[in-house]
Design a protein around this ligand. Structure first.
Ligand code: BMA
Length: 348
């Protein structure tokens, strides 16, 4: 049977990840340097804010632009109001961000509960923001465009259940291309959520969907994976970061909630330049794992790293990765692009 380019994983054979992960591989790669302080926290926000995290970041005309998720509440008293909005911030150095006086994007209707986890791209004269939308009928992936970062036009909202949409930073073979992470609960028999890709001529109609990476492909996952930030184009292919989750039922209180049993780490892979549905390399170890108090103790959910921004500096060597720690603050890590490529291609 023709598979239309899809990976043939064996008819009716469930592709499951390993049950247990190997703890010995949980170490941040030597090529990663963290900026010691958060680049964004609730203290930087001029309106009510408890948790500032999962931020899309873009560099344009020498200026860094960030759209971040703001969970409204009071950090010090560990109070969440149950509301989320998206904030906008600018920076000249990508480290010190100034937050605009008001949130920049909200969708209000009786059907929509909240919009969150933005990722940013800039193609053909407009910013493209991918985001997640919690609706009364499921979680959807949304895409909006804007020319001024204030007036947004929503182009499409997917059917549920889908999340973690990430746009490639340029059209490929004349089409917009997005990574996405549907959540098949009926047929996968667990939280085994994989990374997929679709393309579109106009940001409205999406198709040619293909599986990119299954949970079972990632050694540091026994649960789900999801795309992180718009990939970076290199001579060798597209560098793609993703989050990978393992669950340990013995984990108890791990943050503000009664229990939090998941650990989110960051992985890196290389996708084919012309056909980014093909994985041509992947580091068999995580790229960044939770380390230090800010990532393993503080925060709303300890041990949760979640990347939503990645960009190449003007030197064409330094890659910046913006990721959240503990669903509470935004952090910055840097690495040399050749080191990241080597991680994706070396055999271990
Ligand atoms: C995911 C999403 C993210 C969040 C992460 C860790 O499922 O909800 O927004 O950062 O969990 O809690």
């Amino acid at each position: 049977m023709a598979t239309n380019g899809m990976v043939d994983s064996g008819l009716f054979t469930m592709a499951k990840p390993r049950e247990k992960v190997d703890e010995s591989i949980y170490k941040t790669a030597a090529c990663i340097t963290r900026y010691p302080e958060p680049v964004l926290s609730h203290k930087d926000v001029p309106y009510r804010s408890a948790l500032t995290f999962n931020a899309g970041v873009l560099k344009k005309d020498g200026r860094y632009i960030m759209i971040f998720r703001n969970d409204v509440g009071d950090f010090d008293r560990q109070i969440l109001d149950g509301k989320t909005n998206l904030g906008l911030a600018f920076s000249d150095d990508g480290i010190h961000f100034n937050v605009e006086p008001e949130p920049c994007f909200e969708m209000k209707s009786s059907e929509i509960n909240r919009v969150y986890d933005p990722r940013l791209s800039y193609i053909d004269g407009e910013y493209i923001m991918c985001f997640a939308v919690d609706t009364r009928h499921g979680v959807c992936g949304g895409i909006a465009t804007t020319k001024d970062l204030h007036n947004f036009e929503v182009k499409s909202i997917s059917v549920p259940e889908n999340r973690n949409m990430v746009m490639f930073p340029e059209k490929i073979n004349g089409k917009y291309v997005r990574l996405e992470r549907p959540m098949p609960v009926y047929s996968r028999d667990g939280n085994y959520f994989d990374i997929w890709l679709s393309d579109s001529p106009d940001l409205v109609y999406w198709g040619n969907s293909k599986l990119v990476m299954g949970t079972e492909d990632v050694p540091f996952c026994n649960d789900k994976i999801g795309p992180g930030a718009p990939p970076i184009k290199t001579d060798k292919g597209w560098l793609m970061i993703f989050h990978a989750v393992d669950v340990d039922p013995s984990r108890g209180k791990n943050g503000w909630e009664k229990y939090w049993r998941k650990r989110y780490v960051i992985g890196i892979a290389l996708l084919d330049k012309d056909d980014p549905s093909k994985v041509i390399g992947m580091s068999k170890r995580p790229l960044i794992v939770p380390e230090g108090k800010m990532e393993t103790v503080d925060g709303y959910r300890a041990n949760a790293l979640f990347p939503c921004g990645m960009l190449m500096e003007d030197d064409n060597k330094t890659v910046r990765i913006y990721y959240s720690a503990g669903d509470a603050v935004v952090r910055l890590a840097t690495a040399n692009v050749d080191d990241l490529l080597a991680l994706c291609t070396e055999e271990r």
